[in-house]
Design a protein around this ligand. Structure first.
Ligand SMILES: Cc1cc2nc3c(=O)[nH]c(=O)nc-3n(C[C@H](O)[C@H](O)[C@H](O)COP(=O)(O)OP(=O)(O)OC[C@H]3O[C@@H](n4cnc5c(N)ncnc54)[C@H](O)[C@@H]3O)c2cc1C
Length: 341
């Protein structure tokens, strides 16, 4: 019988390695389930995770044009779970608009995505007055959410610390040496020893401030290369992104910086006068098919390959992991309802 099941405890029940979205959310779910948890992070702070520079768009239905159905399913379940974990998640939908130079692109896009309403000029103006008289046709995704990733990190840290969970930053130990009954390895790109097929893909974002623009939800203007949103952070701050560039250089290219700025101005010309606050990039962990993978071993459960969807899918994956921990299952069975026939 397992030590969790028998009630006999080692130092902690679950050691989480890696303090990115996957590690922190798993830790919180384990804590809420009554388990004793500790977190081990190699870096000195949360900025070691690419998610620190995330755009914070939680819009699985809008992403169904490029994402696997599993990701869409996990994302939809995660949107239900996020508000139960931390405050600060805004659930007021996302708007997708066609590019005026390619008017049929939105019709093509609509064949791939789910759970939307077509919106006309009047409805667009009601949802986002700043876009009135500029766009005559778009799609509204009511079940999309957004949040500020840096506040998600600090929000998760606060609830974890309030529950007595310690995050050990600058940790240099080995997974085998951890005193815990189960270990959850969420090291992202640090886990190439366990996932040899893991590769890095660069994503880039810009943060700007404009007091001339007022948007209240993520707005995606269809782009021929990237899935780009302009997302409000409050107080006139907007995040534009993210590009996805299939190489591991990690830094922001001149081309991408130009693309992000041009994109915001194409959406709304008033962005031309915005002040550039930040240009940031990060390396995301990707597996062969772009879908997250969970490896269940006797003691170590490893999760990786969250690609550009870490914030969007982490709660639903953590829910699955918790089930594995409690039932001693040898593989993950997704409990979520399939959303496609
Ligand atoms: C510009 C940009 C925009 C993005 N926008 C979004 C978005 O809008 N929505 C969304 O859902 N996702 C977004 N993402 C993707 C998101 O950041 C990733 O999917 C997410 O970071 C993956 O989470 P993870 O916890 O699996 O791994 P990571 O975030 O990579 O975390 C792994 C952690 O493990 C630590 N670590 C590594 N090795 C060790 C070791 N040996 N010991 C201890 N710790 C270790 C690392 O330092 C890191 O903190 C974006 C990413 C970028 C770069």
């Amino acid at each position: 019988m397992s030590e969790i099941a028998s009630g006999k405890r080692e130092t902690v029940d679950v050691a989480i390695v890696g303090a990115g979205p996957m590690g922190l959310v798993t830790a919180l779910m384990c804590l809420r389930a009554g388990l004793k948890v500790a977190i081990y992070e190699r870096q000195a702070d949360f900025a070691g995770s690419p998610a620190w520079n995330g755009t914070g768009v939680l819009a699985p239905d809008c992403e169904a044009d490029g994402a696997d159905a599993t990701i869409v399913d996990l994302g939809r379940r995660s949107i239900e779970l996020w508000p139960t974990l931390i405050p600060g998640i805004t659930l007021n939908g996302a708007l997708v608009l066609g590019n005026r130079r390619q008017p049929t692109a939105i019709d093509d896009y609509s064949t791939f995505v789910l759970n939307y309403e077509w919106v006309d000029e009047e409805r667009i103006a009601a949802l986002e007055p700043a876009l009135a008289a500029i766009y005559s046709r778009g799609m509204f995704f009511p079940q999309a959410a957004h949040a500020d990733p840096r506040l998600m990190f600090t929000g998760l840290r606060d609830v974890l610390e309030a529950g007595g969970v310690r995050i050990r930053f600058e940790w240099v130990g080995t997974i085998d040496g951890l005193q815990a009954e189960r270990i959850v390895d969420t090291r992202g790109l640090g886990a190439r020893d366990r996932f040899p097929e893991l590769r890095a893909v660069t994503a880039e974002m810009a943060q700007v401030r404009s007091h001339k623009v007022e948007l209240s939800r993520p707005v995606r203007l269809l782009h021929n290369r990237h899935s780009l949103y302009v997302t409000p952070r409050g107080q006139g701050v907007y995040v534009i992104g993210a590009t996805t560039v299939d190489d591991d250089r990690g830094g922001m290219s001149v081309r991408s910086a130009g693309e992000l700025m041009t994109h915001a101005v194409s959406l709304l010309p008033a962005f031309a006068d915005a002040e550039v606050l930040e240009l940031r990039s990060g390396l995301m962990p990707v597996l062969m098919n772009g879908v997250p993978k969970v490896q269940v071993g006797e003691r170590v459960i490893a999760v990786n390959g969250l690609y550009r969807y870490g914030w969007m899918v982490a709660p639903a994956i953590a829910e699955d992991l918790l089930r594995v921990i409690y039932t001693q299952a040898t593989k993950v069975i997704h409990a979520h309802r399939p959303i496609r026939p």
